[in-house]
Design a protein around this ligand. Structure first.
Ligand SMILES: Cc1cc2nc3c(=O)[nH]c(=O)nc-3n(C[C@H](O)[C@H](O)[C@H](O)COP(=O)(O)O)c2cc1C
Length: 190
């Protein structure tokens, strides 16, 4: 089922209904320091298991030194579009607990990071920033570049900016916007 076939649900918030992952950004659009602070604040307020807050972010505005460091580690696919975004954010998860026996794996760290990133992207949408999350980059390379210790993981990245095309007009090769139906995703419901 494509996204276009999915029946509209009137109660769905417009920013969610209209959200999509752009593959071309307006390369003249910029984000302000206030935008960046609001994105980080949205992530900071996300819930997490035991309030562990197992997240940190590497923030790079197009043209700054962090940005130049990050783009070197993009995969060939994401290098086609991600550098043109106004902002790149590397999402780091605290995956192992230092000091515990065998540096115990933190079961909910990636779950919590994902939720913080979701909050961040929705805050972005509310401020007029489109977002595309992605994994197509050298995660170990970025971690080494920014001296991220081994109990943290560079899990994903988000490109924020102004989309330069409409939803569904173009999608990244190898991806799709098809969705399962509400019935498909409902395990049980009365
Ligand atoms: C964890 C994660 C990893 C992703 N990795 C990539 C990626 O490497 N390249 C890409 O183009 N899109 C990537 N995406 C975006 C998805 O392909 C996209 O969300 C999906 O195709 C649905 O499209 P939509 O976001 O426009 O609705 C990723 C999304 C998530 C949440």
């Amino acid at each position: 089922m494509t996204l276009c076939d999915v029946p509209a649900v009137p109660e769905l918030h417009p920013v969610l209904a209209e959200r999509f992952s752009p593959v071309r950004f307006d390369t003249s659009a910029t984000v302000t320091t206030n935008h960046v602070d609001a994105l980080l604040e949205a992530a900071r307020r996300a819930p997490s298991a035991g309030n562990s807050q197992p997240w940190k972010f590497i923030v790079a505005r197009r043209g700054d030194t962090n940005h130049a460091q990050i783009v070197r580690y993009l995969a060939r696919s994401s290098a086609q579009w991600a550098p043109g975004a106004s902002l790149l954010v590397v999402n780091l998860a605290h995956v192992r607990v230092e000091g515990t026996e065998d540096w115990e794996f933190s079961e909910f760290a990636r779950y919590d990071l994902g939720q913080a990133v979701a909050h961040m992207t929705i805050q972005g949408l509310a401020m007029g920033l489109d977002a595309h999350q992605f994994r197509a980059f050298d995660r170990e390379g970025i971690a080494a570049e920014f001296a991220v210790p081994s109990h943290w993981e560079a899990t994903s990245m988000t490109a924020f900016g102004t989309a330069a095309h409409a939803a569904g007009e173009i999608v990244a090769p190898g991806t799709s916007r098809d969705r399962e139906s509400l019935d498909d995703i409902t395990w049980a419901r009365n």
